[in-house]
Design a protein around this ligand. Structure first.
Ligand code: AP5
Ligand code: MG
Length: 191
């Protein structure tokens, strides 16, 4: 079983590479950002509250994330070849909660893939996507805040998995295919 975390700054290519990984390795894709945006589109209570954090570039509260994700992880790890977690865990508390849940389910995180991309390239990608995405967080002010939050809250998650020997840095610069080639080599070495 492959239970992969794909991590990295906003715009590093987590969603893009997850789609390719899912196809090649037949994994279930769980993106907390996509789940939250579905709630926003539905205008559910959770969506309305989440949007107030997302539009400012802040993380939504951990409790909200667990309420939409715990059940999904349990369901998707049953009778599957594994999962890819995109955008979660986003801070050390979420990483600890994930590992507690995985232990309870008798599953194991295989590896955290850390996509590394220069800040200027991240901003260029996100501003370009913002022209058509309709995402409330794809504007320069919010992008800058997301990058700050990533450095202070999310980057420490890498150390958490490095200490468990479950960490791989991936050069996230270049073409989508080049980056996918680098990711595939790491995943293949874990199968
Ligand atoms: P989330 O949806 O996770 O957004 P993010 O981390 O900011 O990342 P993005 O989805 O913007 O980028 P990506 O890395 O997926 O890159 P993509 O492939 O799209 O989270 C959004 C918000 O939700 C958070 O800020 C937070 O508020 C909340 N949230 C989510 N999870 C949470 C959690 N666990 N806890 C608390 N809050 C949470 O690529 C970006 C663009 O670049 C695309 O247009 C793509 O086509 C293009 N691109 C991709 N690869 C390349 C390449 N190699 N060359 C050129 N362009 C490329
Ligand atoms: Mg994404």
């Amino acid at each position: 079983m492959l239970n992969i975390i794909i991590c990295g700054a906003p715009g590093c290519g987590k969603g893009t590479q997850s789609d390719l990984i899912v196809e090649k390795y037949t994994l279930k894709h769980l993106s907390t950002g996509d789940l939250l945006r579905e709630e926003i589109a539905k205008k559910s209570d959770l969506g309305v509250e989440a949007e107030s954090y997302i539009s400012k570039g802040n993380l939504v509260p951990d409790t909200m994330i667990f309420s939409i994700l715990s059940k999904a992880i349990e369901e998707q790890t049953k009778n599957s070849k594994g999962i890819i977690l995109d955008g979660f865990p986003r801070n050390v508390a979420q990483a600890e909660a994930l590992e507690t849940l995985m232990a309870k389910l008798n599953k194991e995180t295989t590896i955290l893939l850390d996509l590394q991309v220069d800040n200027q390239e991240l901003i260029t990608r996100l501003l370009k996507r913002g022209e058509t995405s309709g995402r409330c967080d794809d504007n320069l002010e919010t992008i800058k805040k997301r990058l700050e939050v990533y450095e202070s809250k999310t980057a420490p998650v890498s150390d958490y998995y490095r200490n468990k020997n479950k960490y791989a840095a991936i050069n996230g610069m270049g073409t989508i295919d080049e980056i996918f080639g680098r990711i595939s080599s790491v995943i293949d070495s874990k199968r």
